[in-house]
Design a protein around this ligand. Structure first.
Ligand code: ATP
Ligand code: MG
Length: 534
């Protein structure tokens, strides 16, 4: 008989949280994560300065980057961060919006729970709301032709606004749209774009305004030897992954040298080996060499004498990109190099002002590079993140052929239309749907707040305009006026709105139904205070 004896099911190091406590803890976590990024929303949002454990500094406005940098232990908080990651993977923009939305949905859930509404009903209401919301945004979406560069530039502009790069926005819009258009392919009537076809390079020192679009490849290195040509036309490019030098590992046996003749013979032999390495390159017919590893002095010298422009220590990613752009093959052993492995470009030239090597007239016309310049690494990194967001939204809009207007116009439509719809549902689910609709207020509110306007006033004004049928009415974050966002040209890809609605709603519906959290504590290393789980 077991009577009176407790049965132990869970291991002793399992921390358990259940019932209301578990629900509240997830709600608090979601609100906290949303709270951490909300001040960055919109063009007038603030930046965050993140300092890593090693002291490295990141200054950013980008939701995905902020959440990626902060370490979070709460499992509910981790799920909210996952929403940002998914948004970033699928769309590349709208991460802050998605996270604010989950926070708002969880906050609404909190008051529903207080009213005694069962979590299953809340989840059901949220799912219904999500379906309706998707239907509404689809209905609001507009078409964009992949050749309509003007509209695409506006979509790009909305995504890169507010990332401390105001002065160069317009120029970047043009560069990004041109770059993405150049690599877009039409397959069976559908546009597909491989993001990796556009190479982004950062160069410190110049003004941001010097950003440029390069039809070709850029390697930010100099040639290894002054005696090499600065410019090569009708370039044939060898791509080698291994070092052209005698590495220690290659000479395993101990060599005992006792006489001067032996030393001479030995170094002569070494010299011969190195010469041979250089000759493999020269004999293949190459006049340019990109080597992923080092080139020893004798090899450099021999290559220079043969008029080969060589670059060493080229990063692997650049090697791969160059191979694709030049239509060449990366070989592992120099002795395997054949004429057919060589890539081709019209010209290869070192730009000594900024220490880069440009390859133009590449065999593959889809080779496009964006060269960014800026006075500091922090600025360059933020510029790169802006270009990343811009590139992704232009891709999204070109691939799907759709966009919506920004400035919270869509969110106002959503909250009003879903509220209307909830009246037709009835029962307790109606309350959950109403709460779902109200969660969309978080976006116009935050946008107004971050821009320095009274959120309640702006919300009222926006609702009034939409009630009059002005479905494009949004907030001008610079003047506080309610304006037509279509006329203003504030555009976002439809994919961004769809994705943020979907992942925020699904995550909220899932989290609200959790009433039991069992956390297995990992063994903490001796001497470390606190376990890894908080
Ligand atoms: N010129 C503008 N006028 C009004 N609203 C704007 C303007 N530009 C952007 N917005 C709005 O700002 C919001 C986007 O802000 P932000 O780019 O900071 O966040 P996100 O796109 O959600 O996240 P992230 O860019 O960090 O991934 C959208 O609601 C967008 O409509
Ligand atoms: Mg954005």
């Amino acid at each position: 008989m077991l009577a009176g004896q407790p049965i132990i099911i869970l291991r002793e190091n399992v921390e358990r949280n259940y019932g209301k406590e578990a629900q509240r803890s997830n709600i608090t976590a979601a609100k906290a994560i949303a709270g951490a990024v909300r001040t960055t929303l919109g063009p007038r949002g603030m930046d965050k300065m993140l300092v890593g454990s090693t002291g490295d500094i990141v200054i950013t406005n980008d939701g995905a980057t902020i959440l990626q940098e902060i370490s979070v232990q709460h499992p509910g908080a981790k799920m909210v961060i996952e929403v940002a990651k998914t948004q970033d993977d699928e769309v590349g923009d709208g991460t802050t919006t998605a996270v604010i939305l989950v926070g708002a949905l969880m906050e609404q859930a909190e008051s529903l729970l207080d009213q005694g509404i069962h979590p299953t009903v809340i989840a059901q209401g949220y799912r219904l709301g999500m379906e309706k919301a998707i239907e509404i945004v689809d209905g609001l979406s507009l078409k964009v032709d992949p050749s309509d560069k003007k509209t695409l530039a506006k979509i790009c502009d909305t995504a890169i606004t507010g990332k401390s790069i105001e002065g160069v926005k317009e120029k970047l819009d043009g560069i990004i749209v041109d770059a993405v258009s150049a690599v877009a392919q039409k397959v069976n009537g559908k546009i597909t774009i491989d993001e990796d076809d556009v190479m982004v390079k950062k160069q410190r020192g110049q003004a941001m305004d010097d950003a440029e679009l390069i039809r070709g490849v850029v390697i930010d290195k100099k040639r290894v030897h002054e005696g090499m040509p600065k410019k090569v036309t009708k370039a044939k490019v060898a791509l080698i992954a291994t070092p052209l030098e005698i590495t220690k590992t290659q000479v395993k046996a101990k060599i005992k040298i006792s006489t001067a003749e032996q030393i001479a013979a030995f170094s002569e032999q070494e010299g011969e080996t190195l010469k041979k390495l250089a000759d493999y390159v020269i004999d293949s017919g190459a006049n340019v060499l990109l080597c992923q590893k080092g080139l020893s002095d004798p090899v450099q010298f021999r290559l220079a004498k043969a008029g080969v422009l060589a670059v060493e220590d080229v990063p692997e990613s650049d090697m791969k990109y160059a191979a694709q752009a030049l239509n060449g093959t990366i070989v592992n052993k120099p002795e395997d190099l054949l004429a057919k492995d060589l890539g081709a470009a019209e010209t290869v030239e070192e730009d000594s002002n900024i220490d880069i090597i440009r390859f133009s007239g590449c065999r593959n016309p889809k080779a496009i590079a964006i060269l960014l310049r800026g006075s500091s690494d922090y600025l360059l990194d933020e510029l790169e993140r802006a270009v990343y967001d811009g590139k992704r939204v232009v891709m999204d809009a070109m691939e799907d052929g759709t966009f919506v207007v920004g400035g919270a116009a869509v969110e106002i439509e959503l909250l009003m239309k879903i509220k209307d719809y909830s009246a037709s549902v009835g029962g307790r689910v109606q309350l959950a749907l109403e709460a779902y609709a109200a969660a969309f207020e978080s976006i116009p509110r935050t946008l107004a707040e971050n821009s320095g306007y009274n959120p309640i006033d702006k919300l009222v004004d926006l609702k009034t305009a939409h009630a009059k049928g002005k479905k494009n009415a949004g907030l001008n974050v610079y003047t506080g006026e309610i304006i037509d966002m279509h006329a203003e040209g504030v555009f976002e890809p439809l994919r961004s709105k769809r994705q943020s609605i979907q992942s925020a709603s699904e995550t909220a519906a899932m989290l609200v139904r959790v009433d039991d959290m069992m956390i297995t504590q990992q063994k903490r290393p001796a001497g470390m205070p606190g376990g890894p789980m908080g």
